[in-house]
Design a binder for this molecule. Structure first.
Ligand code: NAD
Ligand code: ZN
Length: 280
């Protein structure tokens, strides 16, 4: 089933748990990895093991992040995020499991959210466990690397900087040389953004909470995710096993299409806004 009417018919009698992905935030100007407009990356995302073991990997990560952070900071929730907050308020949506790390669901007013992959707004110390706000760290990175964080780009010309998903930017090889990474304020240890990297598991308590939200759900509504990443896809698999109907709103194919009762091709902004209007 693939019409908007099929979607409203499914959801008018069922409270839905939402699983959101990067496609939900592209209309806020944050690119996704695998959509039709996603550009091929000249580097792959850093793996957890690499980040922990290799100081050069951390220098590359933080140099790029220092430039890309501003874009995530400036992003505003779009019509899709706002519609989901309304649908929760009127009791149509029971909560959101999000794979996004941009915090836009919170800012739009959604309340019950599990951030499966964490949030870029925080960093943690791998040595002592202390946490620090990303904005505060940005100020420290700016002091250590004058010109990098204020749009000056420290000798890297604007045309060579390309924004990439999750607060990262593309930089030519060699451009990060000399970038100075900041350590933990308490112990001087290694700081890592409080997000789940490739090669890292979602913390157990967070997955448990997500499973428990799924077990209470009457439907699972996937919005803006290719479901390529297993940590999101597994909720669709479990829903299908437990006969919880799955609806997917996405531009382009997803790994869960065969498991969905309704698959609607469309933009999350317009489809979710229409859904909030259609479901009183
Ligand atoms: P993905 O990039 O694999 O898939 C996004 C999907 O959304 C694509 O199929 C694309 O065609 C579709 N899409 C793009 N714009 C859309 C729109 N306006 N309406 C409807 N569909 C749209 O994203 P994913 O499945 O979330 O997996 C990406 C991984 O990378 C996640 O683990 C996530 O943590 C991370 N990530 C996060 C952000 C963010 O926080 N905003 C951005 C990029 C990547
Ligand atoms: Zn520390």
């Amino acid at each position: 089933m693939r019409s908007f009417r099929d979607l409203t018919r499914l959801l008018e009698t069922r409270r839905a748990l939402v699983l959101s992905g990067a496609g939900c935030s592209t209309e806020s100007g944050i690119p996704d990895y695998r959509g039709p407009d996603a550009r091929p990356r000249n580097h792959r995302p850093v793996l957890y093991q690499e980040f922990v073991r290799d100081e050069r990997a951390r220098v590359r990560y933080w140099a790029r992040s220092a430039l890309g952070w501003q874009r995530v900071m400036n992003a505003q929730p779009n019509a899709g995020h706002r519609a989901l907050a309304v649908l929760e308020r009127v009791g149509r949506v029971s909560g959101i499991l999000t794979q996004n790390v941009d915090g836009l669901h919170q800012r739009a007013g959604s309340r019950r959210i599990v951030e499966l992959h964490g949030n870029l707004a925080h960093v943690v110390c791998l040595d002592c466990g202390a946490s620090e706000g990303r904005s505060e760290l940005q100020r420290r990175l700016g002091r250590l690397n004058p010109g990098w964080t204020d749009g000056g780009e420290g000798g890297v010309t604007g045309s060579t900087v390309r924004s990439a998903p999750d607060g990262d930017v593309e930089l030519p090889i060699g451009a990060v040389e000399g970038f100075r990474v900041a350590g933990c304020l308490g112990c001087g240890g290694v700081l890592k953004p409080d997000v789940v990297f490739f090669g890292e598991n979602v913390p157990k308590a967070r997955v448990e909470e997500a499973w428990s939200m799924l077990s209470e759900a009457q439907a699972l509504l996937v919005v803006g995710s290719s479901l390529t990443v297993y940590s999101g896809y597994r909720f669709v698999v479990r829903a299908a096993l437990e006969r919880i109907p799955v609806a997917i709103v996405n531009l382009g194919p997803t790994r869960g299409d065969d498991l969905a009762s309704v698959k609607l091709e469309g933009k999350t902004g317009s489809v979710l806004a229409a859904l909030a209007d259609a479901l009183p």
